[in-house]
Design a protein around this ligand. Structure first.
Ligand code: ZN
Length: 159
């Protein structure tokens, strides 16, 4: 399939944010990305994205199956972000290490992390909880299915 442009992709993301927690694999699939969980990767490998083998213009995402679910979800969102934001930089494929760094620049990785956080912890949904007085990192992290650390960073209360 043909890659959609960024505003189409952002609309698909928004539609998937109507329900929390965001179903990140369903989201990837709707964006034309297949997600594979890899059982035998070393712990310091988080994810990979590369053109799919059928070379139909789409991409495949690979994620370390041994990592915790919250971590896998963030990795998948990060790889989605690479495809949405800068597919032209993916080349033959990129591999993200334990800190979600690949051979790409720190700026590019930071952009991917920002979009990943935006995907999994949409501001609107988060703000509605905060307004109701729900402000526990643990409670919100559990509801949004992200790590406590990711939620603490999102809320600006990380140590
Ligand atoms: Zn990356």
């Amino acid at each position: 399939m043909k890659m959609m442009n960024i505003s189409d992709a952002l609309n698909v993301i928004k539609a998937h944010q109507a329900k929390i927690p965001v179903q990140v694999i369903d989201l990837a699939n709707e964006l034309g990305l297949k997600v594979y969980e890899v059982p035998n990767w070393p712990d310091d490998l988080s994810g990979m994205v590369r053109k799919n083998v059928e070379a139909t213009g789409g991409f495949d995402i690979f994620v370390n199956q041994t990592h915790a679910e919250t971590r896998r979800r963030f990795t998948i969102a990060h790889e989605i972000a690479h495809v949405v934001l800068h597919p032209h930089l993916i080349g033959d494929g990129i591999t993200d290490d334990a800190l979600l760094r690949s051979g790409l620049s720190n700026d590019v990785e930071a952009q991917a992390n920002r979009l990943a956080a935006d995907i999994l912890m949409p501001r609107e949904a988060l703000n509605s909880r905060l307004k109701m007085g729900i402000n526990s990192v643990y409670v919100l992290a559990t509801e949004f299915k992200v790590s406590d650390q990711a939620m603490a960073i999102r809320l600006g209360v990380a140590q």
